[in-house]
Design a protein around this ligand. Structure first.
Ligand code: COA
Length: 201
């Protein structure tokens, strides 16, 4: 069985650990620069993240919710990244998932969809047919993308947000919790409300 180490040891890492084990891997432990305690989810925190290079035999996944941090870690460390899918997620036979991507319980990834590397398809998120979801994106719990939606790299779609079919969202956007996106969002920024508008702060 593949031994997996998880980068990060916070709340998101715990959920990732659970699904990684349910997906048939063995979690050997966590690496974190500022752990809250010596173990998480019954597994040891073995040291800081930079120690990952001391484990050439292990596979890795990043258990950190920040898109920016996942992007930095993936660029810094040339590791063997796993793709992990919860057994109660539904992923179409022809859907593509990049390395480092996690798909959580009750999420659906429908036919023709392509999700990039180190993305998070969180609990109950819906990735409809022919969606293109960029690297390091995060689709929060319960969000729903209609058919043929594009979500740019590094974009965070908030909890319970909806995106109308055929809409294209630029890279590095934040879509607020519960937002309803009905037009293309061409500029990076934070968008909230129904219909979603750019938040000027
Ligand atoms: C959109 C978001 C990023 C804004 O956070 P922020 O920059 O800290 O903004 P603030 O909380 O200071 O709010 C600024 C304004 O936007 C409004 N606002 C914030 N989030 C909103 C939302 N989701 N929908 C509607 N309005 C929202 C606030 O009411 C406030 O309005 P005001 O200036 O009229 O009082 C954040 O509220 C959000 O929704 N994040 C998504 C969280 C999420 O889904 N997490 C899941 C993790 S798994």
């Amino acid at each position: 069985m593949n031994q997996v180490l998880i980068l990060g040891a916070g709340g998101h890492a715990k959920v990732v650990a659970d699904l990684v084990e349910l997906a048939g891997y063995a979690v050997a432990g966590f690496l974190d620069d500022h752990p809250a305690g010596p173990d998480v989810f019954g597994k040891p925190v073995l040291g800081p993240i930079a120690d990952c290079l001391r484990y050439p035999e292990h596979a890795f996944v990043i258990g950190i919710g920040s898109n920016r941090v996942r992007r930095e870690l993936a660029a810094r460390y040339p590791l063997r990244w796993i793709t992990a899918v919860h057994p109660k997620a539904v992923v179409a036979r022809d859907a593509m998932l990049g390395p480092g991507t996690v798909v959580m319980a009750n999420a659906v990834v429908n036919p023709g969809a392509a999700v990039g590397a180190h993305a998070i398809v969180n609990t109950g998120a819906i990735v409809e047919h022919d969606n293109v979801v960029g690297d390091f994106a995060h689709l929060s719990p319960g969000c729903a993308l209609g058919g043929t939606v594009t979500v740019g790299a590094g974009t965070h779609v908030g909890i319970g947000a909806c995106v109308r079919n055929n809409v294209c969202i630029a890279p590095d956007c934040v879509i607020g919790a519960g937002a309803v996106v009905i037009t293309d969002l061409k500029q990076p920024g934070t968008y909230v409300g129904c219909p979603a508008k750019r938040l000027n702060k």
